[in-house]
Ligand binder design. Structure first.
Ligand code: ATP
Ligand code: MG
Length: 663
């Protein structure tokens, strides 16, 4: 490390607060701090600000109908269509030649869709779906990787009022079958295969296996030919149709967007399953779309002129809200990348930022930790000066990673929004507004204007600043889930029972519980501490796994860590740490000791890891979240739980072997 770097690192280590630049503030969509008060005083009518970002075919009667909590309704009586809001109106408003989607294939091909192109494709595919028999309210399952046909299919579904259920392409056949069964979905759109790290993967084989597990009739399967000559020579079965052939059949056709009720379902999305069985989250047309558009406007600061890139997968809620619906509702250019960030080299993302002059970049902490591990030489070799705003989502970002992102990607010039939200919330809930707030690395920030979040103890009493408690949301918001698909009971028991008076019909007695632990500081900034069930009980002391992981990741040479509790005869539970090292620290004999000492000094002797296991990877979901429950099974020598929603299931056995070798 050069001396300058050491000084910089030391300065950064100290700095706890950052301000957006005057230049950023001057151009920001939202920069007047009075918005917080305005929303509070004018609640719930304040949410018209969000609804006003959309075109409505029929006015709503009421902003919020809270007469039957927790079954809230937003913009009731309003009529609209999501696909016409994301496509048609931009074509009609003179922006038809603006690029809607810039797609970058892993092998370097590119495809560009203007709003006019998107309009044509969405219409043709909507016509094709209709011809396959899809009717309003039929659930269409989309089991597709990051190819442009995925957002086209989503918007085509929205156009004809058929809710989509996107299943992440990396999921197993079993996961596909479970979701199709749960949603009673009789239509599937998929593809022959796709590329990963240069290799062609057979996707249709997996889709077919999944279809075998569907316990009701499947009317129609549409298959995109992604691989061309690299394909696996599948013959399409009787009810399977080639995407391009269908598009040719419906060439030039137009389908009038179906007028949907604000409360009609736009889509169904299953959660990651990090905490158990995936839940089928129902989102609506009016509330969800306004909320996605509003948060894209206020938090991501998106303008139509921008080139905006969210590197998530569309198979995750982040891709729904912030690759497809939010950005397209605002009429901007959204970038879609098919592949992995390290193919062919570790600067692929930065090369792409440079190539498209990306203005706004939104990613996950797990990706940032990977970039740190690969080293700053990769971003440094590219021109990233087009960037003006950065964001993260998915898990807490530790201050060290935040500062690295700020320095090496943002050139100390871009605000960072650390956005807390969930599949269930539809859009961002807790984060600074980039044009207003001081940023504090490690803390997501205050709740957004109009969002009422508190940190409480087990009795629902607000805890003192600095003390750990449970995050709750005390008022409904437009983007909220409406229920779990066909399971109102579970909707109440999962999210409301804990802190609500469930016999009451007064909305003030209903409190949403996201199942995350958190603390708040004197300025109202919230730090998310992780899932409430991610707690280890060592000799009667309750330790948050997040906190221990933070201490470990703070040790030089550590790129990433996961901590779980392993059964222990005396202590009840002992701390097991699974650690990925930074480049150049593999085989560093002292590292284990330094990790143990780091936890000792940072938290206390009680938290000292019993076992430190070095591993090249951790078991992760599509959104990059560590699946701790599997690591717990490994620690306890238990039979492994469900691995069907992992993106890298093979790593679990490798870790198991290492643990056995050590004991
Ligand atoms: P399941 O509910 O099935 O276990 P999941 O919760 O992993 O799946 P998501 O809805 O994708 O599925 O994840 C939401 C969770 O991610 C939040 O509850 C929170 O724990 C975590 N999270 C998201 N963003 C942040 C953030 N900025 N800071 C801290 N935690 C975050
Ligand atoms: Mg969850």
């Amino acid at each position: 490390m050069a001396d300058g770097d050491i000084e910089l690192e030391a300065r950064l280590e100290e700095q706890a607060e950052f301000e957006p630049s005057a230049e950023f503030v001057a151009q920001a969509n939202v920069s007047d701090p009075s918005i917080y008060e305005e929303f509070e005083e004018n609640w719930p009518e304040c949410w018209e600000r969000a609804a006003d970002l959309l075109d409505w075919d029929g006015d709503y009667d009421e902003v919020l109908d809270d007469s039957n909590p927790p079954f809230y309704e937003w913009f009731t009586g309003g009529k609209l269509n999501a696909s016409s809001n994301c496509v048609d109106r931009h074509v009609e408003n003179g922006d038809k030649n603006r690029v809607a989607i810039k797609w970058e294939g892993e092998l370097g091909e590119t495809r560009t869709y203007t709003y006019q192109d998107l309009y044509r494709e969405v219409n043709e595919f909507a016509a094709a779906l209709r011809a396959q028999g899809v009717e309003e309210d039929d659930v269409v399952t989309l089991y597709m990787p990051m190819i442009p046909e995925l957002p086209i299919a989503m918007l085509a579904c929205a156009r004809i009022g058929a809710p989509h259920s996107v299943v992440f392409a990396g999921f197993s056949a079993e996961a596909l079958a479970t979701r199709m069964n749960s949603a009673d979905s009789r239509y599937l759109v998929t593809c022959d295969g796709y590329y990963r790290r240069g290799d062609a993967l057979d996707h249709l084989d997996k889709a077919n296996e999944g279809l075998d597990g569907v316990d009701h009739g499947v009317e129609s399967v549409v298959v995109v030919d992604r691989l061309g000559d690299d394909g696996f020579g599948h013959d399409l079965k009787g009810n399977q149709h080639d995407w391009s052939a269908l598009m040719d059949e419906h060439d030039g056709e137009r389908v009038a967007p179906v007028e949907r009720d604000a409360e009609d379902m736009l889509f169904l999305m299953y959660t990651s399953g990090t905490t158990g069985q995936p839940k089928g989250v129902k989102h609506t047309t009016g509330g969800y779309l306004s909320y996605a558009a509003w948060t894209s406007h206020a938090v991501l600061d998106i303008e139509p002129e921008d080139t905006y890139w969210c590197s998530a997968d569309i198979g995750w809620i982040t891709g729904h809200s912030y690759i497809v619906y939010g950005p397209l509702a605002l009429g901007t250019t959204t970038v879609m990348y098919e592949g992995t960030p390290d193919y062919p080299t570790c600067d692929r993302l930065w090369e792409t930022v440079e190539k498209y002059a990306v203005d706004i970049f939104y990613t996950a902490p797990t990706a940032i930790r990977a970039f740190m591990k690969w080293g700053k030489k990769f971003p440094e070799s590219r021109d990233l000066s087009s960037l003006r705003l950065l964001g993260t989502v998915g898990e807490p970002i530790n201050p060290r990673a935040w500062k690295w992102y700020h320095k090496y990607i943002g050139n100390e010039d871009c605000p960072i929004v650390d956005t807390w939200w969930q599949t269930e919330t539809g859009g961002m809930m807790i984060t600074t507004l980039p044009g207003i707030g001081t940023m504090k690395p490690g803390a997501a920030g205050p709740p957004l204007p109009g969002v009422d979040a508190q940190i409480v103890d087990t009795n629902g009493e607000e805890v003192q600043p600095g003390r750990a408690g449970y995050l709750t949301v005390n008022k409904p918001w437009p983007g909220m889930l409406r229920t779990l698909y066909k399971n109102d009971e579970r909707y109440i028991s999962e999210y409301w029972r804990e802190y609500s008076d469930t016999d009451s019909d007064d909305p003030d007695d209903w409190v949403y519980f996201p199942e995350d632990g958190a603390k708040i500081d004197e300025d109202g900034y919230i730090t998310i501490l992780g899932r409430v069930d991610d707690v280890i009980n060592v000799s009667g002391h309750r330790l948050g796994t997040m906190e221990i992981e933070s201490a470990i990741v703070g040790v030089e040479g550590v790129a990433e860590a996961a901590v779980v509790g392993g059964d222990h005869e005396i202590k009840g539970e002992a701390v097991y740490a699974y650690v990925i090292t930074e480049d150049g620290y593999e085989g560093d004999e002292d590292l284990r000791e330094r990790i143990i000492e780091g936890v000792n000094d940072g938290i206390g002797p009680i938290a000292r890891p019993e076992k430190v296991v070095f591993t090249p990877e951790l078991p992760k979901t599509r959104s990059g979240k560590i699946m701790r429950r599997l690591l717990e099974d490994v620690a306890n020598g238990d039979e492994l739980g469900n691995t069907s929603t992992l993106r890298n299931p093979e790593i679990v056995e490798e870790i198991e072997a290492k643990v056995h070798a050590q004991s």
